[in-house]
Design a protein around this ligand. Structure first.
Ligand SMILES: Cc1cc2nc3c(=O)[nH]c(=O)nc-3n(C[C@H](O)[C@H](O)[C@H](O)COP(=O)(O)OP(=O)(O)OC[C@H]3O[C@@H](n4cnc5c(N)ncnc54)[C@H](O)[C@@H]3O)c2cc1C
Length: 428
């Protein structure tokens, strides 16, 4: 009897030992298989598009090897930079040091070019990284030679502050030196460009800043377009807040600036007229990031992509999102980049897992400020056309032109809320 008991105990002990060994073996084996099969996904750019992809794809670190490349240690956002210019927000409030999930490899480096044939990313310091899937969200580049006498690289000009590079303090320093009765000239670019309402928000916030200093001023906006988004609301707000201090000159009235004479503080427009300004702020015409053209990935100004997957036309496993793409009816905005990047990420996982793609609906909302406590918005939603090769509008809605002061204030709180939500979600 006792012998049977001992045998049973021994059998159970041996059984559990072998079962445990078998389970451990299985885990190690499956881990190895996973490790072998893990595709390497590289994301370039930690702005709004890239950071959204990082956030979503980091949930799949068991099946992906995720690498993030960004040239800057800290991200300075363009959204809300106009409020920094107006001293409504502190500069540090638009600077973020991204907290990267420890499962992701972060490489702070400046990409020189991409070799899509060898699936290779080459840095300025000649190091390189290979990829299986590459996501590019590198923002915008600027066209040169559009306005004679002006160059984005010439530091004697007022910095454009249309990217995340750190020139805002210089912009503010020059703005703060303006005296009573100064004339400010803003040259607004032709479409497409990053954040369509931002030139007009910038004019509003410069006006707000100068008004708070009790200075008299005149802002002339020379526009390369005949209209702009939320125009009626902006014009109404300018009248209400700044009387006739902001004047908009459209393209047909000679709004397109063709040359800048920096030394004499003069601009010349298409119809040959010259205007003198104490502060000449050129917002340059834009194109896709230089990274795309220097890698010979595009011949045009913007990237043509498959809007279902965001794969760059003609380049397998290479995806582009955010401001560098031709997004059909969608404007170039942080909100759009975030919406597109979610779809890209979801459908990339579907591609890797060989599942069906989702048919996307995209969203965008653009808030604009006319002063510290007054904001208004346009919200729009989008789908793919029947051929699934273009993003088209499904409709839009904008704030009432006759909103009350309370409603404008309420919308400013929504705008601050949106900014806090998206930046906290992406960067902390
Ligand atoms: C004045 C202003 C106000 C705006 N306000 C709003 C707003 O209120 N709401 C809104 O939705 N949008 C707003 N926008 C638009 C918004 O800033 C952009 O649409 C958004 O940043 C686009 O995201 P992105 O990922 O395409 O590019 P970005 O956010 O510019 O990110 C690109 C990233 O790529 C990195 N990078 C680029 N090249 C390389 C390289 N070679 N190697 C390594 N890293 C690289 C850059 O350092 C950067 O971090 C505003 C824009 C401006 C100019």
């Amino acid at each position: 009897m006792r012998k049977i008991k001992i045998n049973r105990r021994k059998f159970l002990k041996d059984f559990s030992k072998w079962t445990l060994l078998l389970v451990i073996n299985q885990i190690l084996l499956s881990k190895k298989i996973f490790a072998k099969q893990k595709p390497k996904v590289v994301i370039i750019g930690l702005g709004f598009g890239g950071a959204t992809c990082v956030k979503y794809l980091s949930n799949f670190s068991q099946i992906l090897d995720l690498i993030v490349i960004e040239k800057n240690a800290k991200i300075q956002t363009c959204p809300f930079s106009n409020l920094v210019i107006a001293n409504v927000m502190d500069y540090q409030e638009i600077i973020f040091k991204p907290k990267i999930n420890p499962k992701i490899k972060f490489n702070r480096n400046n990409v020189k070019f991409i070799d899509p044939q060898k699936k290779k990313i080459v840095f300025h310091n000649k190091d390189f990284v290979n990829y299986d899937f590459l996501i590019l969200s590198p923002g915008i580049g600027f066209k040169s030679n559009q306005i004679s006498g002006y160059s984005v690289d010439d530091s004697s000009h007022i910095p454009h502050c249309w990217d995340g590079e750190k020139k805002i303090l210089e912009f503010k320093r020059r703005l703060s030196s303006l005296e009573n009765n100064s004339k400010i000239i803003i040259s607004a670019p032709d479409y497409p460009y990053r954040c369509p309402p931002a030139p007009y928000e910038r004019a509003s916030m410069i006006a707000y800043y100068l008004k708070r200093k009790s200075l008299k001023f005149k802002i002339l906006i020379f526009d390369s377009k005949n209209s702009f988004t939320k125009k009626e609301i902006f014009l109404e707000e300018w009248k209400k807040e700044y009387e006739d201090s902001i004047q908009w000159i459209n393209r047909d009235e000679g709004g397109r600036v063709v040359s800048l004479d920096q030394r004499n503080g003069l601009i010349k427009t298409t119809n040959g007229e010259k205007f003198k300004g104490d502060f000449i702020h050129i917002i340059p015409e834009q194109k896709a990031s230089n990274l795309l053209s220097s890698s010979n990935l595009i011949n045009n100004d913007w990237c043509k992509i498959n809007p279902m997957t965001f794969e760059l036309n003609g380049y397998k496993d290479l995806f582009v999102v955010g401001d560098s793409i031709d997004a059909g009816d969608m404007p170039k905005s942080a909100f759009s980049a975030n919406s597109q990047a979610k779809i890209l990420s979801i459908n990339l996982i579907n591609l890797i897992l060989q599942k069906d793609f989702i048919n996307p609906v995209f969203l965008n909302t653009c808030y604009s400020f006319s002063s510290k406590d007054r904001a208004f918005s346009i919200a729009a939603w989008y789908k793919l056309n029947s051929k699934k090769d273009r993003i088209v509008s499904l409709g839009s809605r904008q704030s009432d032109i006759h909103s009350t002061n309370d409603q404008r204030y309420e919308e400013s709180l929504h705008a601050y809320g949106w900014y806090e939500t998206i930046t906290k979600y992406l960067y902390s």
